[in-house]
Ligand binder design. Structure first.
Ligand code: ZN
Length: 462
């Protein structure tokens, strides 16, 4: 990073900046695209995501290898686990190990780091206030993480390094004060053109789009905000692009239907999102059906009864990350994805505040109305939840009981018909084990209409 802030870089002509950038990236990418990268990429291509048995076998094997490594090389884990590690054979055995709170992880990170991660790291650590201490990853960690990402892109037709890649990136590789000229730089031998996210704003947008046309990328990736801004600009001005990309990859957990449409109509190809906000985040990627899967070849993701998310990441041999309680909120979706992958599907919790359900003939019905219904039946059913999976039907779940008296059912349906109209189907169901995972953020109503591509009918089954 240092190179970019020097005067030498800032005062050089663009072609020289690109050359300097390429040179710097050459050193970096030797770490990233070493033999370990190619080997793992090749291995991933030979695996079958639809085969539960082999995927689980691989996951268990990687898990044991990480645990063994942690116990042998990390002073922290050696003390923390004691003899317990020998009993952990498969991912579900992880439950026997204690959860690591983020605070403890940060405090003891020096002891968590393994000798093998420590040795590789030459530069002193710069930790800015408010920033979490970095994981130290060894080269093979980095190579395998990169390969997992590139395999995901490959599944959607984009072959990194071979194909031309346009990346929207936040950084000072283009001086931030620059007002004209090129708002992009090339990394020649990676076949990549970096576009400055700082310059994905008016009045630079038309220059950026013109250059995209000149460059003609095979695929586009990088910052979600920049890509959606460019897409909106292309659509608003009805610009036709001269190139055909195979896919656009955006880094975001949530993508609304309108944003997806914006990007897809601008570039004329599918958009695929992925998520790994930090090095302590799970690697999630979208499949061809539009669901977000946790890549179980990169770790184990656990969900506790309390709604906590625990992450074990395999490619962290430099700083083993095992059962770390992470801040990011994700929920499991218990269904088989139509794409065939056995990697678990996850989603963000729903936001209760903007909550509404949809009436077939009367439009939006806010949670206020449903709170009134709940109030009416308080006596007979202390806790209710309204779940909508399709425009035609709403399920009403009563918790704490398996049995719903017919009269109560009748009364509730009648009440719903008054609010929503009579052209919908209402089903009243009971569940004895409480609201399980759907409590907390989900609360009174769950509107699954926002997630049209998932196997909705399975959302509320236990
Ligand atoms: Zn899928």
């Amino acid at each position: 990073m240092k190179l970019l802030s020097t005067e030498l870089y800032g005062n050089s002509p663009v072609y020289l900046q690109s050359l300097l950038l390429s040179l710097r990236e050459y050193a970096n990418s030797r770490k990233r695209y070493g033999m370990g990268y190619y080997r793992f990429l090749h291995q991933l291509s030979g695996m079958d995501e639809n085969d539960r048995q082999s995927e689980e076998r691989y996951q268990d094997q990687e898990l044991r290898s990480l645990l063994r490594h942690a116990a042998e090389h990390s002073a922290f884990y050696r003390d923390f686990y004691g003899e317990d590690l020998a009993d952990i054979r498969v991912a579900s055995d992880l439950r026997q190990l204690p959860v690591i709170e983020e605070e403890l992880f940060n405090e003891r990170i020096d002891e968590i780091r393994t000798q093998n991660g420590r040795k590789k790291r030459a530069e002193p650590e710069i930790s800015e206030p408010g920033q979490l201490p970095r994981l130290w990853l060894n080269n093979l960690d980095l190579q395998k993480q990169t390969a997992a990402m590139d395999h995901f892109k490959k599944q959607h037709g984009a072959i990194n390094l071979d194909m031309k890649r346009a990346t929207f990136y936040r950084g000072d590789f283009v001086p931030i004060g620059q007002k004209e000229g090129a708002f992009w730089r090339d990394i020649y031998y990676l076949n990549q053109r970096l576009y400055s996210a700082h310059h994905c704003t008016e009045p630079y947008l038309s220059a950026v789009v013109r250059n995209l046309n000149d460059f003609g990328p095979d695929f586009i990736d990088g910052l979600f905000e920049s890509i959606v801004t460019i897409a909106r600009f292309i659509n608003d001005h009805r610009l036709l692009l001269d190139f055909q990309a195979v896919a656009v990859f955006v880094e975001t957990g949530i993508l609304s239907e309108s944003e997806r449409l914006e990007i897809e109509s601008a570039f004329g190809c599918p958009v695929r999102r992925w998520s790994m906000a930090t090095e302590r985040s799970p690697f999630l990627s979208e499949c061809a059906v539009g669901n977000l899967h946790f890549n179980m070849r990169t770790g184990v993701l656990e969900f506790t009864d309390k709604g906590e998310v625990l992450l074990t990441r395999f490619h962290t041999k430099g700083t083993p990350l095992i059962r770390l309680k992470i801040q990011e909120q994700w929920m499991p979706v218990h269904c088989a994805c139509p794409c065939g992958s056995v990697h678990p599907v996850v989603r963000k919790p729903f936001k209760p505040i903007s909550g509404f359900l949809q009436s077939r003939s009367r439009g939006k019905v806010t949670s206020l109305y449903l709170a009134t219904v709940q109030g009416k039946f308080q006596q007979a059913a202390p806790s209710m939840q309204f779940v909508q999976n399709s425009l035609d039907a709403i399920e009403i779940w009563l918790s704490g009981t398996d049995f719903v008296p017919p009269q109560l059912e009748q009364d509730i349906i009648q009440e719903m018909e008054v609010i929503f109209g009579e052209d919908m189907i209402f089903t009243v169901k009971g569940r004895s084990n409480g609201l399980s995972e759907e409590t907390g953020p989900a609360g009174l109503i769950i509107n699954n209409l926002q997630f049209p591509r998932t196997c909705q009918s399975d959302y509320s089954t236990d």
